[in-house]
Design a protein around this ligand. Structure first.
Ligand SMILES: O=C(O)CCC(=O)C(=O)O
Ligand SMILES: [Fe+2]
Length: 327
């Protein structure tokens, strides 16, 4: 993977680390696979994230999931409030400015289970079967595609660390959350900077969005912020706090934030993986340069712990260290 720094009129803009994960020849035990797998690991260790170029999904899905997000987030607040979930960031969230919601999100837990999608769409559109069937189908198709992408990344990472023997157990024990998000500029015309720099509590997160820019990602090793340039076939793969602990700090959870100033709405989709059971650092990750840094922990326990923290601490990966780190 090449990283070039492009100079533009005195301002320095760094080229995004983009990895093509949709080549039809990308099959295990090929040179292309090994090269791509190594690029994924290198990017995750260097930046904590990368952009996947990925087009293995039906044409039209990008547009239909964005329309579904719009339709959902346009519902009245009293309906959206029905999306309750006690787990950190799993239910309806909103941030206000001058009495107006400028950031809103809804979460569909266990989104790869069609019954969960159905339950969610019935909750949102109790009387309209057409709307809720269409929404459910779109969301489920999108979640299927995203889970395939997440599992491809996992296969590559586990193989590159020589721990592929744990891959199937990991995949079998994964629960996915889909969050549909909407951002607007502040009523006074100022940029919306409400979604402050934070790390995700997931294992892996995948971000995708409409054409309105605003997402920024911090590179771990370079210590600089990259501006993401969206496209229908670009997905940002981000390391969460759980993979940081699993990998014994070889991969660091990625700090990211949103700053948007467009008059048009920004819609985005966050797809997050969580483990149902215990997460423990494989012994293969431990050596004299990397002494064991985390005790085994329950992913849900980590989420519950984050729920007890005040808002600024919640944003920090250091709290994962506080929860299950070995001092
Ligand atoms: O809207 C985005 O692109 C970012 C969302 C995000 O960081 C999150 O939901 O955790
Ligand atoms: Fe995030």
């Amino acid at each position: 993977m090449m990283l070039r720094i492009v100079k533009m009129g005195g301002n320095e803009t760094r080229e995004l680390p983009i990895i093509n994960l949709s080549d039809k020849n990308l099959k295990q035990n090929t040179e292309l696979w090994s090269f791509t797998r190594d690029s994924v690991r290198e990017a995750m260790e260097h930046h904590g994230w990368f952009v996947a170029e990925y087009n293995n999904f039906p044409t039209g899905l990008h547009q239909s999931i964005l329309e579904a997000a719009k339709e959902l987030l346009d519902l009245p607040v009293e309906i959206k409030l029905k999306n309750e979930n006690h787990k950190a960031g799993h239910g309806y969230i909103t941030m206000m400015s001058d009495g107006q919601p400028v950031h809103e999100g809804l979460g569909i837990d266990q989104v790869n289970d069609v019954q969960q999608c159905r339950g969610f769409s019935r909750l949102m559109w109790p009387d309209d079967h057409d709307d809720n069937d269409r929404f459910c189908e779109t969301v489920h198709a999108y979640a299927k595609m995203q889970a395939e992408l997440e599992q491809l990344v996992i296969r590559m990472l586990f193989e590159s660390y020589n721990v592929e023997k744990y891959t199937e157990k990991y995949i079998g024990g994964t629960r996915y959350l889909l969050r549909l998000l909407k951002y607007r500029r502040l009523p006074n015309g100022e940029p919306n900077r409400k979604f402050i720099s934070h790390t995700d509590k997931s294992f892996i997160s995948i971000l995708h969005q409409n054409h309105i820019t605003g997402l920024m990602l911090k590179s771990e090793k370079e210590d600089v912020w990259y501006h993401f340039t969206p496209s229908p076939t670009r997905f940002v793969v981000i390391a969460g706090d759980a993979i940081m602990a699993w990998s014994n700090d070889r991969i660091k959870a990625c700090y990211h934030k949103v700053e948007m100033e467009s008059v048009e709405m920004r819609y985005s989709l966050g797809f997050f993986s969580f483990q149902e059971g215990m997460i423990s650092t494989p012994e293969e990750m431990v050596d004299k340069d990397h002494p064991l840094a985390y005790n085994p922990f329950h992913h849900d326990g980590l989420l519950e712990y984050y729920e007890t923290l005040e808002v600024h601490l919640k944003a920090h990966r250091t709290m994962t260290k506080a929860y299950c780190g070995i001092p």
